[in-house]
Design a binder for this molecule. Structure first.
Ligand code: FAE
Length: 525
C-alpha cells in the first residue's frame, strides 16, 4: 500500500467526518484539531450544469458521489434571494457593494452571495455561486445553437445525435418551456419586448421568440397575483425565489433522490494534488457565510470531476500546475472566449409614449437574429432593464462570433488568473454593435446609450466565459484530461470560447454526451 493510501485507509468514512488526531496534533492543548481528512471514491467540484449532469448520471449508475460547492445551498438555507431594487444577502459574493453591470449604488454586508465577478484588466466576468451554480443567477434563456455553427465549432462531434438526442434530452430535463404569444401581447411587463421587436422589424431585422427554464404558467399566475411574484418582482441575477427551474429543482434534485449524492456546500477547493497511486487530494476550506474559515479539510478521491465553471476549473488546474507541478497539456488556458458577449443600449426610446415601460419582467423572451448576415453576424437578446420607473432605454446583450481567442494564465504572487484579452479581441463585436444601434436609431429615433456605458458600448461585460480546457484538445473526446487517468472536466471550459447563443443548453448537452461515454467506457468502475 503506498503512502497516500495508508494515510487515508484508517479514516474511510461513510457520511460522517473523522478527526485524525495522530496526523494533525492539537496546536494548543484543549483546542479542536485543525485538519479533517475525508476519503470518497468520486468527487465533483462545483454544482453548475456540467457538474449536475455528471452527478445525476453517475448516481443513476449506482455510484456514490460527493459534490463540493463553495457557495451556499440556498434552497436548504431558507435564506430568500433578493431583487434588483432591494439587494440583500444573495446580491454578491463577499462584497461591500453590489456588483451588477451598472447602478451599483447599494451598500452590502459581506455574505456568500449568489453573484460573483472576476475583474480582469479589460473585461469583467460574472459567475454564479451556490448549489446550482450559474443556474441560480442566470436569465434562464434556453437556446439551442444553430446546427451549422455547432458543426463549425465542434467539427468532430456527431451533430445528428446532438440534435436528435442530447438537445431534446436536456430540453426535457431542464424543463424548458415557451411563453404564450397572447401573454407577450397583453402583459404590461413585456412592453420592453414588444417595443424592441417592433423597432427591430422597422429597422429591417428578424426577431425570434426565445424559450426559457422559467415556468411561464407560474408567471401568468404571478401576473394575476395568485402566487408570490418573482420575475415580475425584479428577481433574477441575485436569484429567483419562485418560477425558475434552476438546477437544484431539476438535475440535482433528481440526483439527490437516488440516495447516492451528498452535497457539501460552503466547501471551497483551494488546491488539487495528484498522488502516486493516481488518486487526488484536495485542500478544502469550509467557510461560514461571512467567508471565515471554520475548518480545513483534506479530501482524497479515486476519481475527480471538475465542474467548477470555466474560470473555476482553469484556476484549479493552472494553480496546481504552477504550485505542484501538476501535469497539464500545453493547450490548457488557451482558446478562451467571451462567447462574443457585447452589451449595448439605446436611450430616448419612445420617450413620449411610455418608453420601454416602468414595469419589466426580468425574464427575456425576445431576440434579434442577424446571424446569417455575413458582414454583421450577431444574435442579440432584447434584455430587460427593470428600474421601477420608465427610463426609455433599450438594453441589448449581443452574442457575436469570436474571431480572436484569448488565453488564461495563473499569477502565483497574487493567486489569481490573468486573462490575455483586450480591445483587439472585440473589434468586430463593436462594429456589429455600432451597425445595429445606428440602424435601430435611424429607423426609430433614439441615441446610443451613453447613460449605461462609456460611449454606449459595454465591451467589458461577459456573462458567458467559455473554453480554456477544450474538448478534444486539452481532454480526450469525452472530457478526460490529458496527462491524467482519473480526472475529467465537464463544464463550460470544454467549449472553445464561442457557441453563438446563450450557452447553458450546449454545456448541458455536451455534459450528457461526455458522462454517458465515460460511464460506458468503464471509467468510473
Ligand atoms: P457554473 O454554472 O458556473 O458552476 C460552477 C460552480 O462551481 C459554481 O457554483 C461555483 O461556485 C463552483 N466553484 C467554482 N470554483 C470552485 C471551487 N474552487 N471550489 C468549490 N466550488 C467551486 O458552471 N446562459 C444561458 O444559456 N442563458 C442565460 O440566460 C444566461 N444568463 C446568464 C446571466 C448571468 C448574470 C450570468 C452570470 C450567466 C448567464 N448565463 C446564461 C451563463 C450560464 O449561467 C453559464 O454559462 C453556466 O452556468 C456555466 O455552467 P458551468 O457548468 O460551466
Amino acid at each position: 500500500m503506498d503512502r497516500t493510501k495508508k494515510i487515508f485507509s484508517h479514516i474511510i468514512t461513510s457520511g460522517s467526518l473523522y478527526f485524525s488526531k495522530s496526523k494533525f496534533p492539537h496546536s494548543e492543548a484543549g483546542q479542536l484539531p485543525k485538519q479533517i481528512e475525508i476519503n470518497r471514491p468520486i468527487i465533483i467540484i462545483g454544482s453548475g450544469y456540467g457538474a449536475a449532469v455528471a452527478a445525476l448520471r453517475l448516481c443513476e449508475a449506482g455510484k456514490k458521489v460527493v459534490i463540493l460547492e463553495m457557495g451556499i445551498n440556498w434552497k436548504e438555507s431558507g435564506i430568500p434571494y433578493s431583487g434588483l431594487l432591494k439587494p440583500g444577502r444573495s446580491a454578491a459574493w463577499l462584497k461591500r457593494k453590489t456588483i451588477a453591470p451598472f447602478m451599483n449604488i447599494f451598500p452590502l454586508k459581506p455574505f456568500t452571495g449568489a453573484l460573483d465577478k472576476f475583474n480582469f484588466k479589460n473585461i469583467d466576468v460574472w459567475v454564479g455561486r451556490g448549489v446550482g451554480g450559474g443556474s441560480i443567477v442566470n436569465g434562464g434563456m434556453a437556446v439551442v445553437p444553430k446546427e451549422s455553427y455547432f458543426k463549425e465549432v465542434f467539427p468532430k462531434l456527431d451533430a445528428e445525435k446532438f440534435y436528435n438526442f442530447y438537445f431534446p434530452l436536456v430540453n426535457k430535463e431542464l424543463k424548458v418551456n415557451g411563453i404564450e404569444e397572447q401573454f407577450v401581447k397583453d402583459c404590461p411587463y413585456y412592453k420592453f419586448t414588444r417595443v424592441g421587436e417592433a423597432e427591430a422589424h422597422k429597422a429591417g431585422f428578424k426577431t425570434v421568440r426565445v424559450p426559457n427554464v422559467y415556468d411561464f404558467k407560474y408567471m401568468e399566475r404571478e401576473y394575476k397575483k395568485e402566487v408570490p411574484r418573482s420575475a415580475l418582482n425584479t428577481e433574477v441575477i441575485y436569484g429567483n425565489n419562485h418560477g425558475k427551474n434552476s438546477l437544484d429543482k431539476t438535475y440535482l434534485a433528481k440526483a439527490l433522490a437516488t440516495g447516492n449524492l451528498e452535497i457539501l456546500d460552503l466547501h471551497c477547493v483551494d488546491m488539487i494534488t495528484g498522488n502516486e497511486d493516481k488518486s487526488y487530494c484536495l485542500k478544502v476550506r469550509q467557510i461560514d457565510t461571512s467567508g471565515k474559515t471554520v475548518a480545513d479539510k483534506t479530501f482524497r478521491c479515486d476519481k475527480l470531476v471538475l465542474g467548477a465553471g470555466t474560470m473555476g476549473t482553469l484556476k484549479l488546474l493552472l494553480s496546481a500546475q504552477d504550485k505542484n507541478n501538476f501535469p497539464l497539456d500545453n493547450t490548457v488556458g488557451k482558446n478562451w472566449g467571451n462567447n462574443g458577449n457585447f452589451m449595448t443600449g439605446r436611450n430616448w426610446v419612445r420617450p413620449l409614449s411610455g418608453g420601454t415601460g416602468a414595469l419589466q419582467s426580468t425574464i427575456p423572451v425576445g431576440g434579434v437574429d442577424n446571424w446569417e448576415d455575413s458582414e454583421h453576424s450577431f444574435f442579440t437578446e432584447i434584455a430587460p432593464l427593470p428600474m421601477g420607473v420608465d427610463v426609455a432605454t433599450a438594453l441589448y446583450l449581443m452574442i457575436n462570433r469570436v474571431d480572436k481567442k484569448g488565453s488564461v494564465t495563473y499569477d502565483k504572487v497574487q493567486n489569481r488568473l490573468v486573462l490575455d484579452w483586450n480591445e483587439s479581441h472585440t473589434v468586430r463585436m463593436k462594429a456589429n454593435a455600432d451597425y445595429f444601434v445606428r440602424k435601430m436609431n435611424r429607423a426609430n429615433g433614439g441615441t446610443r446609450s451613453h447613460l449605461l456605458f462609456k460611449n454606449g458600448f459595454g465591451a467589458n461585460i461577459c456573462y458567458h466565459p467559455l473554453g480554456g480546457c477544450v474538448l478534444g484538445e486539452s481532454t480526450n473526446v469525452y472530457g478526460k484530461l490529458k496527462e491524467h487517468d482519473n480526472l475529467y472536466v465537464i463544464d463550460g471550459s470544454l467549449i472553445p470560447g464561442t457557441i453563438g447563443v446563450n450557452p447553458f443548453m450546449t454545456i448541458t448537452a455536451i455534459a450528457e454526451y461526455c458522462i454517458e461515454n465515460l460511464i460506458a467506457q468503464g471509467e468510473f468502475e
